[in-house]
Design a protein around this ligand. Sequence first.
Ligand SMILES: O=P(O)(O)O[C@H]1O[C@H](CO)[C@@H](O)[C@H]1O
Ligand SMILES: O=c1cc[nH]c(=O)[nH]1
Length: 236
Amino acid sequence: MATPHISAPSGAFAETVLMPGDPLRAQYIAENFLQNAQQVTAVRNMFGYTGTYQGKRLSVMGHGMGIPSCSIYAKELITEYSVKNLIRVGSCGAVLDDVYVRDVVIGMGACTDSKVNRMRFRDHDFAAIADFGITQALFQAAQKRSIHAKVGNLFSSDLFYHPDTQLTETLRKYGILGVEMEAAGIYGVAAEFGAKAATICTVSDHIVRKEYTSSAERQNTFNDMIYIALDAAISL
Ligand SMILES: O=P(O)(O)O[C@H]1O[C@H](CO)[C@@H](O)[C@H]1O
Ligand SMILES: O=c1cc[nH]c(=O)[nH]1
């Protein structure tokens, strides 16, 4: 049955949903990588599709920017559409010297400045971790494609334009592989509602070196990440 934010009928989503922040990336994945993809929801232009990849039913849906947005879609997919596996396919900024624009990173864990997991977890520190099985499947899928994926910690920030000028140095000191805005929230939602989640990101910019990708470059380099996520999804 439809929810306040998803207009699809029950059963419209596959057990595994790839989730980019950008709904147009969801459309791009559906149109270029899935077979027989049907749009199943478009509330607020947050597009969702279900089709097949190598014969296996899969869905892809945007989750928007930031933890409040992705938490709504992740929760509704899990509790109202029986989705079991969420794979965020995102972009992130790098801060470390040995992480480069266009690298693929897998978020084994996600630190955050958001309070959402403390709200869930009696104000204690919840370790926001990815599901091991999906993480392993992502890493193995990358290896099979001879793509070196770095695995480690992300930082999910509530603020894209962060006022804390010292933050980057701290993220560097603690070896954060990528700065993005959702993984810690999605891991919290998955833990709360009994689903599995993982994150793979393409480095779209280097925050320290001030390097950026063009939109055309992003499209091509995101393809590696998308293939890895699709290969992993059908292996679950
Ligand atoms: O490219 P996506 O998946 O949206 O991810 C990153 O890009 C957005 C910020 O520009 C945030 O959602 C951040 O997490
Ligand atoms: O959230 C994001 C995404 C890309 N680059 C950043 O600096 N932050």
